[in-house]
Design a protein around this ligand. Structure first.
Ligand code: HAM
Length: 422
């Protein structure tokens, strides 16, 4: 019978990768606490309209990559209505408005971690289901919080053990200065439309900033393109100057990237992405974010500034493997072995050791002791606790599976004995 495989563009997290994922999630959780972010969870599917309005009709996420879902007896109408979230920001802002969170003392600092879905052509580092750690701040116009978030992401990469991570930063202006910049881009590209891809030609009319995001853009046209930073209004220029100054003062590694425009339409002013130096290319962004001062209003609320980032955990874990980041070994694993069918004793001993905090695998077989010890070593146990007659006196055998040394110890002493390095 043919075997069933996972859907294209998805990844199974196998035990070999678990230590890296555990580290990444633990650091994200701990930093969320230290930076005073509160947890929020929103559904993994929402109305298509939320994404269309929030992320923009011309964003790839909406135009090409919506992962639509319907009910079990899904009608075409339902399929048109729902989509798996391509990102969490729109859903978080939807929840913020729906629950009247604007009346809470702000700025609000919210965080979530979970799966996102983009129905794209899968390739290395680009999946149809991937995980993000996301943080959002609502109600803070910056610029200090802009620098704080870039610093936070930078600290995240440092604490998980990645090196060479650089923040690429740009300002893409706001409603005041963007129109003039868009005109400048159109003027620059229009005489050369024949050198643009079909996608870019269409975008030139709808959203010319996205032309800069085209990976197939002629390098010469890209290099000579007008830079948004030269077209900012006074307020936006002051803002980005302050953000860059703060990053300098904080010693956060960054560079201004004039081609950085981000793929979602809600961004204003500060935009940033994180890449490992020498591993460049948009596909390789380990995370990104920016300011979205118009999004709350766009989704029906009062004008409220917002800023956040999403860190792609799959790409982060892959980069850790590439850099061979050392992961702390898990605590000692203890096997509990015994004689014949003394399973009640083995399980009782296992329970007592677990209560003392140890990771324990009891052997559930009746095979010979030697076979049980062999299997324990193969399974990665560093120690075997041998349950025998001495259990009546509260004692067990403790065998160091690496050295083969064995002694008798009180059950209550096993935890401290295995915690000491051999
Ligand atoms: P984004 O740049 O679209 O931003 O995604 C953030 C990160 O998610 C990317 O840098 C990348 O690491 C990862 N990612 C995106 N798409 C894929 C994919 N198909 N496969 C694997 N990883 C992927 C956002 O999503 C914004 N919501 C970030 C944000 C929050 N801006 C403000 N607040």
């Amino acid at each position: 019978m043919p075997t069933i495989t996972a859907p294209r563009g998805t990844r199974d997290l196998l035990p070999e990768e678990a230590a890296a994922w555990n580290r990444v999630e633990a650091v994200a959780r701990d930093l969320s606490r230290r930076y005073a972010f509160e947890r929020i969870e929103t559904p993994v599917f929402e109305r298509v309209e939320l994404f269309a309005r929030g992320l923009g009709e011309s964003s790839d996420a909406v135009e090409k990559e919506m992962f639509r879902v319907g009910g079990a007896r899904g009608t075409d109408e339902e399929r048109a209505e729902w989509a798996l979230r391509p990102e969490p920001t729109a859903g978080i802002v939807r929840a913020y408005l729906q629950h009247g969170m604007h009346v809470r003392p702000g700025p609000l600092r919210l965080t979530t971690t979970g799966p996102m879905f983009r129905y794209d052509r899968p390739q290395a580092g680009r999946y149809r289901q991937f995980a993000q750690w996301d943080v959002e701040v609502l109600g803070d116009p910056g610029p200090a919080v802009d620098a704080e978030l870039v610093e936070l992401a930078h600290r995240f990469y440092a604490e998980i053990g990645l090196s060479g991570v650089v923040a690429h930063v740009n300002s893409i202006g706001d409603a005041e200065c963007r129109p003039a910049y868009r005109r400048a881009l159109v003027e620059h590209f229009r005489p050369h439309v024949e050198r643009l891809t079909a996608d870019s030609r269409r975008r030139l009319e709808v959203n010319p900033l996205r032309v800069l995001d085209d990976k197939a853009l002629d390098p010469e046209l890209a290099a000579t393109a007008p830079r948004s930073i030269d077209h900012l209004c006074d307020a936006c220029r002051e803002h980005v100057t302050a953000v860059l100054g703060l990053l300098d003062e904080l010693g956060v590694r960054h560079e201004v990237d004039h081609g950085l425009v981000r793929g979602l339409d809600y961004y204003t002013r500060t935009a940033f992405e994180f890449v490992v130096e020498g591993r460049e290319g948009q596909q390789q962004a380990l995370g990104g974010g920016g300011r979205y001062d118009g999004l709350v209003e766009l989704l029906g609320g009062r004008p409220t500034p917002g800023i956040g980032f999403g860190i792609g955990l799959d790409r982060t874990v892959i980069a850790m493997a590439e850099q061979e980041v050392e992961l702390a070994a898990a605590g000692p694993l203890v096997a509990v072995v015994g004689f014949g069918d003394d399973h009640a004793d083995r399980l009782r001993v296992a329970a007592a050791l677990r209560e003392a905090g140890l990771a324990v695998r009891p052997d559930g077989s009746a095979r010979k002791l030697g076979k049980q010890l062999e299997a324990a070593a193969k399974a990665g146990a560093g120690w075997a606790v041998i349950v025998g007659e001495e259990l009546a006196r509260g004692q067990v055998g403790l065998k160091d599976l690496a050295s083969g040394e064995q002694r008798t110890v009180a059950l209550g002493e096993v935890a401290s004995a295995v915690a000491k390095p051999a």
